[in-house]
Design a protein. Structure first.
Length: 112
Protein backbone atom coordinates (compact mmCIF):
# COMPACT_ATOMS: atom_id res chain seq x y z
CA UNK A 1 0.00 0.00 0.00
CA UNK A 2 3.01 2.27 0.54
CA UNK A 3 3.78 2.18 -3.20
CA UNK A 4 0.23 3.34 -3.93
CA UNK A 5 0.70 6.33 -1.66
CA UNK A 6 4.02 7.08 -3.32
CA UNK A 7 2.44 6.98 -6.78
CA UNK A 8 -0.30 9.37 -5.69
CA UNK A 9 2.30 11.69 -4.12
CA UNK A 10 4.31 11.61 -7.36
CA UNK A 11 1.18 12.47 -9.32
CA UNK A 12 0.62 15.45 -7.00
CA UNK A 13 4.24 16.53 -7.48
CA UNK A 14 3.91 16.13 -11.24
CA UNK A 15 0.94 18.51 -11.26
CA UNK A 16 2.81 20.98 -9.05
CA UNK A 17 5.89 20.87 -11.29
CA UNK A 18 3.71 21.34 -14.37
CA UNK A 19 2.40 24.58 -12.83
CA UNK A 20 5.92 25.72 -12.00
CA UNK A 21 7.34 24.78 -15.39
CA UNK A 22 6.69 28.26 -16.74
CA UNK A 23 9.59 29.42 -14.54
CA UNK A 24 11.73 26.40 -15.49
CA UNK A 25 12.21 23.31 -13.37
CA UNK A 26 15.78 22.22 -12.75
CA UNK A 27 16.51 19.11 -14.78
CA UNK A 28 17.70 17.29 -11.66
CA UNK A 29 14.20 17.46 -10.19
CA UNK A 30 12.68 16.19 -13.42
CA UNK A 31 15.20 13.36 -13.63
CA UNK A 32 14.54 12.41 -10.00
CA UNK A 33 10.81 12.34 -10.65
CA UNK A 34 11.23 10.14 -13.74
CA UNK A 35 13.51 7.69 -11.88
CA UNK A 36 11.11 7.46 -8.94
CA UNK A 37 8.13 6.93 -11.21
CA UNK A 38 9.96 4.20 -13.19
CA UNK A 39 10.90 2.45 -9.93
CA UNK A 40 7.33 2.58 -8.64
CA UNK A 41 5.88 1.39 -11.95
CA UNK A 42 8.24 -1.60 -11.91
CA UNK A 43 7.36 -2.37 -8.29
CA UNK A 44 3.63 -2.20 -8.96
CA UNK A 45 3.89 -4.30 -12.11
CA UNK A 46 5.81 -6.96 -10.18
CA UNK A 47 3.06 -7.43 -7.61
CA UNK A 48 0.37 -10.04 -7.81
CA UNK A 49 -3.08 -8.46 -7.86
CA UNK A 50 -6.41 -10.16 -7.38
CA UNK A 51 -8.88 -8.35 -9.56
CA UNK A 52 -7.65 -6.24 -12.50
CA UNK A 53 -7.79 -2.51 -11.77
CA UNK A 54 -9.81 -1.78 -14.90
CA UNK A 55 -12.52 -4.21 -13.83
CA UNK A 56 -12.69 -2.49 -10.45
CA UNK A 57 -13.22 0.88 -12.14
CA UNK A 58 -16.02 -0.58 -14.29
CA UNK A 59 -17.69 -2.14 -11.23
CA UNK A 60 -17.38 1.17 -9.38
CA UNK A 61 -19.22 2.79 -12.29
CA UNK A 62 -16.40 5.29 -12.83
CA UNK A 63 -15.73 4.22 -16.43
CA UNK A 64 -17.53 2.01 -18.92
CA UNK A 65 -16.15 -0.99 -20.85
CA UNK A 66 -15.50 1.10 -23.95
CA UNK A 67 -13.38 3.56 -21.99
CA UNK A 68 -11.51 0.66 -20.37
CA UNK A 69 -10.74 -0.91 -23.75
CA UNK A 70 -9.58 2.43 -25.17
CA UNK A 71 -7.35 3.08 -22.14
CA UNK A 72 -5.84 -0.42 -22.33
CA UNK A 73 -5.16 0.09 -26.02
CA UNK A 74 -3.56 3.47 -25.33
CA UNK A 75 -1.52 1.96 -22.52
CA UNK A 76 0.25 -0.27 -25.01
CA UNK A 77 3.04 -2.67 -24.17
CA UNK A 78 6.58 -2.45 -22.92
CA UNK A 79 8.28 -1.92 -19.59
CA UNK A 80 8.12 1.88 -19.76
CA UNK A 81 4.42 2.08 -20.61
CA UNK A 82 2.18 4.13 -18.33
CA UNK A 83 0.10 2.40 -15.69
CA UNK A 84 -3.62 2.09 -16.40
CA UNK A 85 -4.46 4.57 -13.64
CA UNK A 86 -2.11 7.12 -15.21
CA UNK A 87 -3.81 6.78 -18.60
CA UNK A 88 -7.27 7.16 -17.07
CA UNK A 89 -6.19 10.21 -15.05
CA UNK A 90 -4.59 11.85 -18.09
CA UNK A 91 -7.76 11.31 -20.13
CA UNK A 92 -9.83 12.87 -17.34
CA UNK A 93 -11.98 9.76 -16.99
CA UNK A 94 -11.20 9.26 -13.31
CA UNK A 95 -10.25 11.48 -10.38
CA UNK A 96 -7.30 10.85 -8.06
CA UNK A 97 -9.77 9.82 -5.34
CA UNK A 98 -11.24 7.18 -7.69
CA UNK A 99 -7.75 5.78 -8.25
CA UNK A 100 -7.02 5.71 -4.53
CA UNK A 101 -10.28 3.87 -3.79
CA UNK A 102 -9.76 1.36 -6.59
CA UNK A 103 -6.20 0.64 -5.48
CA UNK A 104 -7.40 0.11 -1.91
CA UNK A 105 -10.05 -2.31 -3.15
CA UNK A 106 -7.48 -4.12 -5.27
CA UNK A 107 -4.87 -4.41 -2.52
CA UNK A 108 -7.28 -5.29 0.29
CA UNK A 109 -9.82 -7.29 -1.70
CA UNK A 110 -12.64 -5.19 -0.25
CA UNK A 111 -16.17 -5.61 -1.48
CA UNK A 112 -17.38 -2.88 -3.78
Amino acid sequence: MQAVGEVLELERLKEEYARLEQWGIPMSVREWYERQLARLRAELRGRRHGQPLGEIFVEMGVIDRDQLERALSEQGAGSDRPLLGEVLLQRGWIEPEDLRRALEIQSCGQAR
